[in-house]
Write a protein that binds this ligand. Structure first.
Ligand code: MG
Ligand code: MG
Ligand code: MG
Length: 307
């Protein structure tokens, strides 16, 4: 029986490559594992799969009646539909523990590191003692470069750097920073992309003290890329908010300047000041040093919503 391996909705490079890399490991262990994606691939992920010779994983958004494993999330809001009508066998993640529960014991491996790729590196090397194929190592390396924003993110740990060094050797990537910049440029592609697709390119819904809160993020080599379409993005956020949400945020993250311009549409603008100590100026606020949704956006916002 096939076991499906899925990353989160609005898949990023880590979610897609971790599904492939974990499925490869499971196959080595005799499991008929099938990597899947829960949505369209972003331009960075496409470049990564092409470079290391992988096809797009199949699209799957419903696990009713299936056996499945999750990577890069354990939140119901990011999980496949009918997650509770299938059988969850494993979770490999690097986020806060989410709200998915199981009736039986499962393999649950979460580590406070910058990327699922780093957790998988530990599973391959230290837990199951399996060799990582070169092309799979290339995927895992790319995920680390992507999730840690070339090691600049607050989420990046020494374990991520060490795993990346080792994976680059296995994959035969001579200059990983050069490859990382190539990926960053692909990730920054906004020309000709509909504003709605930009908002949802890397988007997550959260439940914060009973309020529905959406947070999208665009990582860009320069904010100039979106200067002309900011009003369109804002209009799109209004629509997303109108669909039953209390607040919707879009992080425009400048990976060179290492900060985020936060666009906010909210019923309560004071949450922004409570969370970040800075008032919205019109529709947005510049947050220097903020690059990580997981570590620098979600925790302060959750606190602001709670109090
Ligand atoms: Mg992710
Ligand atoms: Mg990740
Ligand atoms: Mg990310």
């Amino acid at each position: 029986m096939a076991v499906y391996v899925l990353g989160h909705k609005s898949p990023d490079t880590d979610s897609v490559t971790a599904a492939i890399a974990f499925a490869e490991l499971q196959k080595m262990l005799g499991v008929d594992a099938v990597p899947c994606r829960q949505g369209d691939l972003n331009p960075e992920t496409k470049v990564v799969l092409e470079k290391f010779g992988f096809a797009e994983p199949e699209l799957k958004t419903d696990v009713s009646g299936d056996q499945y494993m999750l990577v890069d999330h354990s939140d119901i809001k990011q999980a496949p539909d009918n997650w509770d009508k299938g059988e969850l066998l494993a979770v490999v993640d690097h986020h806060k523990i989410g709200d998915i529960t199981t009736p039986n014991p499962i393999l649950f491996c979460a580590m406070p590191v910058g990327c699922t790729g780093t957790v998988l590196y530990t599973l391959y090397k230290d837990v199951y003692k399996k060799e990582i194929p070169a092309n799979v190592a290339g995927l895992m390396l790319s995920a680390i470069l992507s999730d840690t924003v070339l090691f600049k993110s607050a989420t990046c740990t020494d374990a991520d750097k060490a795993a990346a060094e080792a994976l680059a050797k296995i994959a035969g990537v001579a200059d990983m920073m050069e490859w990382g910049m190539e990926m960053a440029k692909a990730k920054s592609a906004v020309d000709g992309v509909a504003p709605k697709d930009l908002v949802f390119r890397d988007y997550k819904d959260f439940n914060m003290s009973g309020k529905n809160v959406g947070i999208g993020q665009l990582e860009l080599v320069s904010l100039d890329l979106v200067e002309k379409i900011k009003d369109d993005l804002y209009a799109e956020l209004e629509k997303v908010k109108a669909d039953g949400r209390h607040s919707v945020f879009l992080m425009l993250t400048d990976i060179m300047k290492e900060g985020t311009e936060l666009l906010a549409v909210t019923d309560d603008p004071s949450v922004v000041e409570k969370a970040f100590g800075k008032k919205l100026e019109g529709k947005s606020v510049w947050l220097p040093g903020v690059m990580s949704r997981k570590k620098q956006m979600v925790p302060p916002l959750e606190k602001a919503f709670a109090g």
